[in-house]
Write a protein of this length. Structure first.
Length: 124
């Protein structure tokens, strides 16, 4: 039996998107010395909103697969002579912010599970 709540479902979507973004940032960092490599990212807030809208549509009975997050090239970064524009400072900062967001979401999810557990065991 699966026990879930709307809050837990939203947090799961948030964590999945955060994981996707962490992988993308890691890929940028791994390609810091690759000639011609262009920094990629996703619009985290926009993609999370799209996932939430998709979930609402599913609850209304519209069953369409959710497309993968749209990966875009990051504009406005300084380009080195080899065409690479990865900034380790930018990527490190974005990764640190994302780690804090991930920790917050997991703490909220843990709290939600405790709330559900308390409700299940309220009679005892």
């Amino acid at each position: 039996m699966e026990v879930t709540t709307p809050v837990a479902d939203e947090l799961a979507r948030y964590l999945t998107l955060a994981t996707d973004r962490m992988q993308l940032i890691s890929s940028n960092m791994a390609n810091v010395d690759t000639p011609g490599y262009r920094t990629q990212d996703i619009d985290f807030a926009g993609e999370f909103s799209r996932a939430a809208n998709h979930a609402m549509a599913e609850r209304r009975g519209i069953d369409e697969p959710l497309a993968a997050p749209k990966v875009v090239e990051v504009p406005g970064l300084l380009e080195r002579p080899d065409g690479n524009n990865v900034s380790m400072d930018r990527e490190s900062l974005e990764l640190a912010k994302l780690q804090l967001q991930f920790r917050t979401a997991t703490a909220l999810l843990k709290s939600e599970f405790a709330r559900v557990s308390d409700a299940i065991h309220a009679d005892k």
